[in-house]
Ligand binder design. Structure first.
Ligand SMILES: CC(C)(COP(=O)(O)OP(=O)(O)OC[C@H]1O[C@@H](n2cnc3c(N)ncnc32)[C@H](O)[C@@H]1OP(=O)(O)O)[C@@H](O)C(=O)NCCC(=O)NCCS
Length: 160
């Protein structure tokens, strides 16, 4: 994780956390994530490249709204693997799991308006754009307009 994506400023450009400056930062984060797996409402996956078994990215539920059976998801991946459809495939798999196994009704995600590549991933996985909240987010580039996309369980098949 450290060498493949978490230390790369190009990967974290539109994210809220700074690139990891040492492997200890990554180790501490992973220790924290692992400790949360006991909680049934915590969802966080590593993406493994099938041919080599390498960890190449991460996709997770960043917020769960238990009262309305909804979740916001987020993701990032090693630059070496961009542009091969891998994150769209992973997001679709995670959405299927959240709808079919966890029983959620809504899965949403958002991106900086200046990061349209991520919006394309959301649409290819079956979400639709819902709207843009002006100056509603802050990441490593500063304050930005936030584009929201989501899928609803019952309309899932209509969008694919
Ligand atoms: C965003 C990210 C996950 C994309 O992963 P990926 O596996 O390369 O995505 P995919 O290959 O599945 O799809 C990318 C799509 O965006 C398109 N795209 C690329 N650059 C684009 C741009 N500047 N504008 C619009 N679309 C763009 C690609 O053409 C592709 O669509 P297509 O298959 O219809 O041609 C990856 O770039 C990443 O990890 N970025 C850094 C972290 C990040 O920004 N995470 C999201 C935070 S909201």
């Amino acid at each position: 994780m450290f060498s493949n994506w978490a230390s790369d400023p190009e990967v974290t450009r539109f994210l809220t956390w700074p690139p990891h400056t040492s492997i200890e930062v990554t180790e501490n984060l992973l220790t924290d994530w692992i400790s949360r797996y006991e909680d049934g409402g915590y969802f966080n996956w590593v993406m493994e490249y099938k041919e080599t078994g390498k960890a190449i990215g991460n996709i997770s539920v960043v917020k769960l709204y238990e009262d309305i059976d909804a979740a916001d998801v987020g993701y990032c991946m090693s630059r070496k693997y961009w542009g091969q459809g891998l994150m769209s495939e992973a997001l679709k798999g995670v959405m299927d799991y959240l709808f079919d196994v966890v029983g959620l009704n809504r899965v949403a995600a958002n991106h900086d308006v200046n990061n349209p590549r991520s919006g394309r991933v959301m649409d290819k996985a079956g979400m639709v754009q819902e709207g843009i909240l002006r100056q509603a987010g802050k990441n490593n580039q500063g304050i930005h307009d936030v584009v929201w996309h989501a899928a609803i369980r019952d309309e899932k098949s209509d969008n694919l």
